[in-house]
Design a protein around this ligand. Structure first.
Ligand SMILES: [Zn+2]
Ligand SMILES: [Zn+2]
Length: 589
């Protein structure tokens, strides 16, 4: 930590579920003082501002861990402190001691509090070996922080942000700066107030994928008055995009030479000069709102510069189809506590030409709460295909890429984009009661809406807080899977670490991006906790399993069916396959 310039301001981000737990503990209605320890990861932005990322919370039991003080009113017991400061040292996290004061809306440390920091924190800094330590004091709706850095610097916390169903900001005292929104926003400010419009103008939002859905999101966000919009997409526009990409013109594809009536060889040449989707979206944003700052990354979201851009954002719209993009964005949401949403729409057509399914999905992603991994929305089979086919896909992109040919309609995209932008708006405005974070699926034919409450697995390597997981770990956490390469470990080390044979490790390393290994881990855990036994490990690729019960199962099954699992009591493979089927039905796109 010491080598990074941290010039401030300092803030702390807390997942809403964690904050709710803390709030209940500190303010149970007894008007007394209570204690806790929070451990936090760190993210230092290129501008020197620092975000602390709440990773885990340990409540101090009254009378056991939090006891009458020798000098102050109460104190955390030495053993309680020691346990957590040592864990912080080992995992490179920031230790934060917490207590509360009475009152509402404003809070400050007392002289006794400061005296205890001065007595105790130099020693804690020594133990934590290079990581910051500090204290937080909460009142109802307010927080103050005193952070000690290695080398003797001390900083105060400017604010804490709580992210979950809605966005809330706590400060040491209310922010009373008067702000008047532009008359332009009169209709909106009648809903959100001038302060709300100011919040939007201060936000930095990323859109990953500027196709049918993403181009609409760009238009909506610009007109809402979002201050900074990052546009991330490597692709150029294509004639088949014209009916859906907002703002695209015939001139963008050199219509006479690159349009559908031109010969294929000529079209292919010409389309390498077509406008980039990011440039079209920038044009749309400029026309909608001159005040919005537009930043462009014309690269795949897996490129390091794209991931770096996402880390500086307050919200991420994921409107790209790739599983790898889901994998990366999901990791960022949990590791850096940045909320977002995944949007998509889908028209399924059977082999005989019948349209079987028409729907849009909006899946809010919230740190520690909503996870694409835990809900089987990252399809390992597709991940492997994407990694394998990179070169092939690039060659074919403009003429006969199957993704370009997938059925798609602007109106379906609009359903998903509008709901996702609504959710974002209510989230950013901190509107209570408005924002459910359930995953939603809008069936456009029946007009039915299906909501599902996302599951969370406490052992999840992405959203769980178990040892080594990503949640809130910030820059000292696992590397983001930005490159498409293999797991950076030798087969031997890999086999040891995952408890698999070296033959299995070879299979895993040769055939999968890192993500699949996570999934295999989860499956192994599931197997250990049941009566099943993994007789042999994974073997994927090969023939496609033909459908037993519905087509959505099939794709998941390419992977799962090839795991050979035995029942300890009754080694009947057929039965186990059924178990796996039931476990992984549905939602694979
Ligand atoms: Zn105090
Ligand atoms: Zn998860």
């Amino acid at each position: 930590m010491a080598e990074i310039m941290m010039t401030g301001p300092w803030s702390l981000t807390i997942p809403e579920t964690m904050y709710d737990t803390l709030d209940r503990h500190l303010f149970p209605g007894d008007h007394d003082e209570h204690g806790a320890v929070m451990v936090a990861g760190v993210f230092t932005a290129p501008d020197g501002s620092v975000r602390l990322l709440a990773r885990d919370l340990f409540l101090a039991r009254d009378g056991v861990d939090y006891v009458p003080g020798k000098r102050g009113y109460r104190m955390l017991k030495a053993q309680f402190i020691q346990r957590h400061i040592l864990a912080c040292r080992d995992e490179k996290l920031v230790y934060l001691a917490i207590h509360n004061h009475g009152g509402r809306g404003t809070v400050a440390f007392s002289p006794d509090d400061y005296a205890s920091h001065e007595r105790g924190y130099p020693a804690l800094l020594d133990i934590s070996a290079g990581n910051a330590v500090g204290a937080l004091v909460f009142a109802a709706g307010a927080v103050a922080g005193d952070i000690w850095l290695p080398g003797g610097r001390r900083v105060t916390l400017e604010r804490a942000e709580i992210t979950g169903r809605r966005w809330q900001v706590l400060r040491p005292a209310p922010d009373r700066a008067a702000r008047k929104a532009l008359p332009l926003y009169d209709r909106q400010t009648r809903i959100f107030g001038d302060a709300g419009q100011h919040v939007l103008a201060g936000m930095s939002v990323a859109i990953v994928g500027l196709g049918g859905v993403g181009s609409l999101v760009a238009e909506y966000l610009a007109r809402l008055g979002v201050g900074t919009i990052w546009l991330i997409d490597p692709d150029r526009i294509d004639p088949t995009n014209l009916p859906r990409v907002v703002g695209a013109r015939r001139a963008d594809i050199w219509w006479a030479l690159g349009g559908p009536s031109a010969p294929a060889w000529l079209r292919r040449r010409v389309l390498t000069f077509a406008s980039r989707k990011v440039d079209i979206a920038r044009r749309v944003i400029r026309q909608a709102n001159k005040a919005t700052r537009v930043k462009i990354v014309a690269a795949n979201v897996l490129a390091p510069e794209a991931a770096a851009a996402l880390l500086s954002c307050d919200y991420i719209f994921l409107a790209a189809d790739e599983m790898r993009a889901r994998l990366l964005v999901n990791a960022i949401v949990h590791q850096y506590l940045i909320p977002g949403v995944q949007i998509g729409s889908k028209v399924s057509v059977a082999d005989n030409g019948d349209v079987t399914d028409v729907f849009s999905v909006v899946r809010p992603l919230r740190p520690g709460m909503n996870c694409l991994w835990c809900n089987q929305l990252i399809n390992p089979g597709k991940l492997a295909d994407e990694a394998k086919n990179d070169g092939e896909r690039k060659r074919q992109r403009y003429v006969d890429d199957k993704d370009v040919a997938a059925p798609s309609v602007i109106t379906l995209n609009a359903v998903g984009a509008a709901h996702a932008c609504n959710d974002f708006l209510f989230y950013a405005m901190g509107m209570s009661g408005a924002a459910s974070t359930d995953f939603a699926r809008y069936d456009s034919r029946s007009r039915a809406v299906m909501f599902s409450t996302p599951r969370t697995d406490p052992d999840c390597t992405e959203c769980g807080s178990g040892k080594g997981s990503r949640l809130g770990h910030g820059q000292s956490g696992p590397d983001l899977q930005c490159s498409l390469g293999k797991v950076p470990a030798t087969r031997f080390l890999y086999a040891r670490r995952h408890g698999v044979s070296s033959r299995e490790a070879t299979l895993l390393l040769d055939h999968t991006p890192p993500a699949i290994t996570v999934l295999v881990e989860q499956q192994r855990r599931y197997v250990r906790a049941s009566n099943f036994q993994l007789a042999a490990n994974v073997n994927f690729g090969g023939s496609r399993f033909t459908e037993p019960r519905g087509r959505r199962v099939v794709r998941m099954f390419t992977f799962w069916a090839r795991m050979i699992i035995m029942d300890r009591r009754e080694p009947a493979l057929r039965r186990i396959e059924k178990v796996l089927l039931a476990e992984h039905t549905g939602n694979s796109h």
